[in-house]
Design a protein. Structure first.
Length: 164
């Protein structure tokens, strides 16, 4: 989904990774969990923290800092897991996104969202729906369905099948 597809005021949940603020459409957020123990799965990529048990369902957790080539998340009292729904083909997959902290939910009108900067062909920015501003700070609005590649979501799907 590109900025042009955003034609109405939407609510976004903002969260921090290091000093950067990201936002995701609240319609994609299932819930926010306090950080709890994560069961590590052997032979998975470094960004894959492992899985948690969410009311009897196995939910994979991804360290968003590592996913975005930042330093590994340092756990604090504010560290949380943002549980989001992501489309894998025509199937809805639930993923936990490890974040430094959740900031707020706010409304942003479409006219205040700018296109993501084009950084050339070497860097992938297709998962950034656009750039917004809240309280004087820039934030990156994620297209959560594009944030994870097909291979990454297939790995998640395999993990879920093996855990079942």
């Amino acid at each position: 989904m590109a900025v042009a597809a955003i034609t109405e005021t939407r609510q976004y949940l903002t969260f921090k990774l290091a000093d950067e603020i990201f936002a995701v459409d609240v319609a994609k957020v299932r819930e926010i969990l306090e950080f709890s123990s994560i069961t590590k799965i052997p032979q998975t990529p470094e960004y894959m923290c492992g899985v948690i048990n969410l009311r009897g369902s196995v939910v994979p957790v991804i360290d968003m800092r590592l996913k975005f080539n930042m330093h590994k998340t340092e756990f604090t009292v504010n560290t949380c897991i943002v549980v989001v729904e992501v489309m894998l083909g025509d199937e809805l997959v639930v993923i936990g996104a490890l974040a430094d902290s959740v900031q707020e939910v706010f409304e942003l009108e479409a006219e205040y969202i700018e296109p993501a900067p084009h950084i050339g062909t070497k860097f992938r920015t297709d998962f950034i729906m656009g750039m917004g501003k809240n309280n004087g700070q820039f934030l990156m609005i994620l297209d959560i369905d594009r944030t994870f590649s097909g291979d990454e979501l297939s790995l998640v799907d395999e993990l879920l099948e093996n855990a079942a």
